[in-house]
Design a protein around this ligand. Sequence first.
Ligand code: ACO
Ligand code: LMR
Length: 615
Amino acid sequence: MAGKKDYNLFDKDTQAFIYNMQTNAVQRMLDFDYVAGRKTPSVAAIVNPTGNDGFQKFFFGPKEILVPVYKSLKNAANKHKNVDVMINFASFRSAAASTEEAFAIPQLRTVVIIAEGVPERRMRELNVKAKQLNKVIIGPATVGGIVPGAFKIGNTGGTIENIMDSKLHRPGSVGFVSKSGGLSNEAYNIVSQNTDGLYEGIAIGGDRFPGTTLLDHLLRYEKNPDIKMLVCLGEVGGSDEYTIVDALKKKMITKPLVMWVTGTCSKAFKTEVQFGHAGAKAGSESETADAKNTALKAAGAVVPNSFDDYGEKIAIVYKDLVKKKIIIPRPEPPAVKMPMDYNAAVKAKLVRKPANFISTISDDRGEELIYGNMPISEVFKKDIGVGGVLSILWFKRLLPNYATKFIEMAIMVTADHGPAVSGAHNTIVATRAGKDLISSLVSGMLTIGPRFGGAIDGAAQMFSEAYDAGKTPQQFVDDMKAKGANIQGIGHLIKSIHNPDMRVTIISSYAKKHFKSTPLLDYAREVEKITTSKRDNLILNVDGCIGICFVDLLRSELTKQEADEYIKMGALNGLFVLGRSIGLIGHYLDQKRLKQGLYRHPWDDIAYMLPEKEK
Ligand code: ACO
Ligand code: LMR
């Protein structure tokens, strides 16, 4: 990338593509970016060859950002010209092909291959090609690496807590390289405890043919004036470490180098031992860890006696550099606090938040749905019926049988009253106009009000108020007349004393027979005597009868105050809503069955009353 020094693969402005949908790795990189104080996220885009173009949501510190996702690497590169790194999370089967794809894009300079077990023949081809094209490969079989305070590859360094503990959020003076990713995390910790911290750390990966060698990175560090000392971890097997011996001898490496080759224990085994990595196997005496450690020491590296005093040796070299003023320790920058994820904070009981609302009638969080305090299985075992369920969900208690039966009767008698009433009429029109079930149903429901079905609450309220105020039925009727208001629950368009409403008879006789007492119903009957003496259709109608009986019911089962509150809330019209929805759905299905076309009034059915033209 223009402006970037040769020896620097990554800096504070480096942006990468992540090849494959590795959301955890991306989030870890972005978390690092935030604590490192980066202005731009280190991930410019995700390349997801098996997905679609789009965006993926991530946190950048406390904020949420959208990271673009591309199906094609070429498209991603066209859109993000500054990106020069690709972190390749492709599997070992497709890592070589996708790396070649990246090689074909001139702007991409560094490719990190995470997969383990990429075919060795393919890796050798890629390594040759990389040299020709001046590309850098880190890996395969690696977690990657890190430039503290600037850029982190994938999952390197582990959790954000590890990153902070090993001071990887800000630069130090040590250049580190190893084969193993796991051991490099341990080494970062050792470096942070014994020096001013890491400047850069790379794990080249444990396969036999890594894209870059330990020496490649040490030579980069040698050139970088910000790196003052080198720390390296080699591994039993191969001869890579001898190239370092040579470089030391030829003074290509002049900065102090603390180095340990792991695997000295392999001599304890009688037969040749294959350690975790493909390359970690001593083929000859010279490939053993001991031989390499001896040669390195002879060439001038600081070699500890074992991994145990690695840190000690690092500390000695560091202190010497401080004494010589080659390293001038810098004050620790203020640490940026990483916001905690909300779910993690809740789990750790670190935060609390008032609920947006509370709900007390049912609970579906446990094994079984609970209505009130009754598990759904119990609802059926006790066979409490629709009335029982309604009584629990509306009144928060299971009312006695006579009451739940009454609720069911109210639903049954209000289910339908023919196609001419306003609710059914609207539902029928909406259905014939091609509307769906819910629209047609709602269209009918919306007519429920004082002139149709919605008088249950009004009746309950008016009659109980008058009764409680000690008004005689006559006083009540007179007062309403004086106010010019209709008594809710009185009057019907068709029904009259000569054409009584059987629904009212059924409801009122049940109440008389089963209720503990019916003072309000008795009062309403007296009112009805007065109103019907004026006009024969001013009967106690079905809404009125249900509402008034319900007051009698609630007042004998609940406290008076509680019963009055439900009436004030407007709960009782719900009974008509519930009942009538059965009928309205019936009308919808009926019209669908009849399959008639659009609704259209014949002109004969409509009276047109336009203003008469002036003569
Ligand atoms: N209380 C007192 N007087 C009434 C009442 C009443 N509820 N209803 C009608 N009247 C009187 C009117 O004041 C009017 O008197 P007037 O001739 O002296 O002026 C006369 O009766 C006719 O009034 P309309 O409004 O024409 O009555 P109509 O019979 O057309 O209306 C209706 C019937 C809408 C039900 C009406 O009685 C009413 O509004 N009742 C109260 C609300 C109610 O209970 N709605 C539920 C209806 S039933 C159901 O939906 C299942
Ligand atoms: C009904 O139950 O729908 C009817 O009693 C109402 C009406 O307006 O006739």
